[in-house]
Design a protein around this ligand. Structure first.
Ligand SMILES: NC(=O)c1ccc[n+]([C@@H]2O[C@H](COP(=O)([O-])OP(=O)(O)OC[C@H]3O[C@@H](n4cnc5c(N)ncnc54)[C@H](O)[C@@H]3O)[C@@H](O)[C@H]2O)c1
Length: 238
């Protein structure tokens, strides 16, 4: 069955790879991002998801004109800060951009999904929920997304709407490279944490999300899938 999905942060990286994958599978994808992308395969709407009012207006319009079957809350922001020099406005900015749009999209699309008794919400978390150097705000926000998913899954359990989380490990995207340039200490640290000894590709993360959006995943809810080359189980000492 072909569906219609909304993807936030869709112009690059994991969001773009997901849009391409879903389109290849025959689905319709509407994306939200700050800027245009020549590679985006569907309707890409320009909005700053950090602007709650503008986001609310865009979502109200979309929910009215398009019967969405699901949403992938993919937009995210990292501002590396070490304990001792954490600035509260930056902490708030990271928490807000990772969390507010997820609540807004879920709430905007919920009435339509409930009316059709079918829906999918997938939140994109991160390996850093396990703890990561200089990632206080980011890791906390990503842990909150896992928690959102479990609470929403329970609230919606009898509605036909599932809610799940994908937690990528280090993945070759602009966001990852901006914080961990080639040859940096960060790159070395992340690589050494992945038993498969390589970074993920955006299409590998997209494949796990596509599964959770599918009819095949109809009995899966409240779960977190780690797509991280084994990083979340760690390297065996034996
Ligand atoms: N790349 C990794 O290693 C990695 C690891 C774990 C989790 N993640 C998570 O995966 C998700 C996608 O990350 P990515 O690496 O593909 O990022 P990316 O920087 O490559 O892409 C981010 C996307 O978000 C959009 N975006 C950013 N700020 C926005 C704003 N204020 N308003 C609207 N759109 C905005 C950008 O336009 C872009 O489309 C994020 O939630 C990130 O935290 C990434």
């Amino acid at each position: 069955m072909f569906r219609t999905f909304l993807v936030t942060g869709a112009s690059k990286g994991i969001g773009l790879a997901l849009a391409q994958r879903l389109t290849c599978d025959g689905h319709r994808v509407v994306g939200l991002a700050r800027g245009p992308s020549p590679d985006f395969p569907g309707e890409l709407i320009s909005v700053d998801l950090g602007d709650g009012e503008a986001t609310g207006r865009v979502l109200a319009d979309l929910a009215e004109r398009i019967p969405f079957d699901g949403v992938v809350n993919n937009v995210g922001l990292v501002r590396p800060q070490r304990l001792g020099s954490i600035e509260l406005p930056a902490l708030d900015e990271v928490l807000r951009l990772n969390l507010h749009p997820a609540v807004q999209t879920a709430q905007a699309l919920l009435p339509g999904m409930k009316a059709r008794s079918w829906g999918r919400i997938v939140n994109i978390s991160s390996l850093t929920v396990l703890g990561a150097v200089e990632r206080t705000a980011y890791a906390a926000a990503k842990a909150a997304l896992v928690s959102f998913g479990r609470s929403w899954a329970l609230e919606l359990a009898t509605t036909g709407i599932t809610v799940n989380t994908v937690a990528p490990g280090p993945t070759e995207t602009e966001l990852f490279r901006a914080n961990n340039p080639p040859g940096s200490e960060g790159e070395r640290r992340y690589l050494s944490a992945v038993p498969m000894a390589r970074f993920g590709r955006p299409d590998e993360i997209a494949a796990a999300i596509a599964f959770l959006l599918s009819d095949d995943a109809g009995f899966v809810t409240g779960q977190t899938i780690h797509v991280d080359g084994g990083a979340s189980i760690g390297k065996s000492a034996f």
